[in-house]
Design a protein around this ligand. Sequence first.
Ligand SMILES: NC(=O)c1ccc[n+]([C@@H]2O[C@H](COP(=O)([O-])OP(=O)(O)OC[C@H]3O[C@@H](n4cnc5c(N)ncnc54)[C@H](OP(=O)(O)O)[C@@H]3O)[C@@H](O)[C@H]2O)c1
Length: 268
Amino acid sequence: MKDITIAILGSGVMGTAVATAILKTLDPKIIACGTNEARLRESFQDYPQVEISAGIEQNKDAIKKADVIILGCKPFMYQQIYNEISSSLNGSQLLISLLAGTTIKELSIFTPYVAKVMTNTPAKFGCGTAAISYSSETTQDKKDLVEKLISTIGLVVNIPEKNMDAATALIGSGPAFVLLMMESLIDGGVRMGLPFDIAKQSAAKVMEGTAKMVLETGEHPAVLKSKVCTPAGTTIGGLLKMEDGNIRSSIARGVEEAANISASFAKK
Ligand SMILES: NC(=O)c1ccc[n+]([C@@H]2O[C@H](COP(=O)([O-])OP(=O)(O)OC[C@H]3O[C@@H](n4cnc5c(N)ncnc54)[C@H](OP(=O)(O)O)[C@@H]3O)[C@@H](O)[C@H]2O)c1
């Protein structure tokens, strides 16, 4: 991988998370681009091999050297950033976009070879999920390179672009939804007398362990759930109380709402 140069154009939360995952496994040359040199240096302080680039002129030089551009800016910024660096694009570079909402067609101003990736913050810990769609021009060797780079963050799934708003809601916003559920478990434990730290660690481990059970058995969650329910026991009692509060449709409708908001971004 040493012969590949990657420019992270917008090295904020997501750009840094993806760059960190790549650096933990592979050894491409990485140039972290942004506007604030101090912040960039702080983000990559554990990775002295990463070149820092701040400001339009330096970023233009970085893009000239890049085989792959990972776009990690906020969606509304992409056009302005394109205007800043467009003279350095050579038409054969591969663009990996982390932007929510922005379509492959919109991103094709950078290059015909576009991979639109929706991922999430657990990427930083190698435990992320990434959904990928490609522009029709993207060749198999470029797709293989995207797969190699992005699989460093965790699970990769390929989906058609029409499903990207759903992926944005489930994968991108998903950690916030799960954290809300985790907070509720912690609150319940604390309410019934557990010290906060023990409730927090236990809730996180229960969620990790349960996720592992689903991933490793491949069973439907409902099947695993029914195995935990002893007749007349504690679990079925707790579950029915939660269902009284419409927990299932509240969560599913929350995903629906996030997907609709993502779709509305693309229309603007
Ligand atoms: N955060 C999430 O959980 C999440 C999940 C899924 C998808 N996403 C997507 O990831 C993208 C980034 O989100 P984020 O939360 O990582 O945002 P962020 O932390 O604000 O990062 C954006 C970065 O863009 C850089 N930037 C601003 N102007 C620039 C310019 N002219 N040239 C180069 N870089 C510039 C900024 O760098 P400086 O600080 O140096 O100015 C900033 O670090 C978004 O499009 C979002 O849709 C985020």
